[in-house]
Ligand binder design. Sequence first.
Ligand code: HEC
Length: 179
Amino acid sequence: MCMRRLALVAALTLSASAHAADLGRELPHTLLGKPLTAATAPTIWPDGRGLPAGQGSVAMGERLYTERCQACHGERGTGGSGGHLAGRSRLDGPDPDRTVANYWPYATTVFDYIRRAMPPQAPWSLTAEETYALTAYVLHLGGVLPAEALLDARSVSALRMPNREGFVPAPEARAAGVR
Ligand code: HEC
């Protein structure tokens, strides 16, 4: 198990044992402790199906990031216990650095992941607008979007991630029509 995953397990265990009830009260949007259903926790598909209405800018994402993400991912995504999010690096060395721009084939999946998993102690606590803004900021840090960008369902679905061609779909995904 990698250190980042260990850290996440530790964070989740902590929140479950000590803070779950408090967090549920403090954060009105969180689904912590509630059953997940397709209606309350919809999946976003690579092509954008399931994306909510709303929009968010890189600038708004930067403000949110400083408050809710920087403690674990460092200033401007440059590293910390949660791992480094910014930039692009080579994947062919002995210890490849899997940044968001390198390692995510779809921007829609970055949105889905942030909304359902981040911050780890309060999954599903971000609104649609906050998630669009944070996705925009993380993609800006990866050099995928300019500083003045605004994301919504249409634009996040239309984005092409820089390493998109570096992924080979699993046979099951290919059979299901995912390209
Ligand atoms: C308590 C620490 C913590 C906080 C706060 C946190 N994260 Fe994370 N984040 C992690 C950990 C740990 C991982 C790695 C999870 C794994 O590898 O399974 C991660 C992974 C990620 C990833 C995937 C990185 C990759 O390349 O695979 C993204 C994107 C991300 N976080 C965004 C955010 C955003 C946006 C916020 C603020 C809303 C946030 N995180 C807040 C700990 C944190």
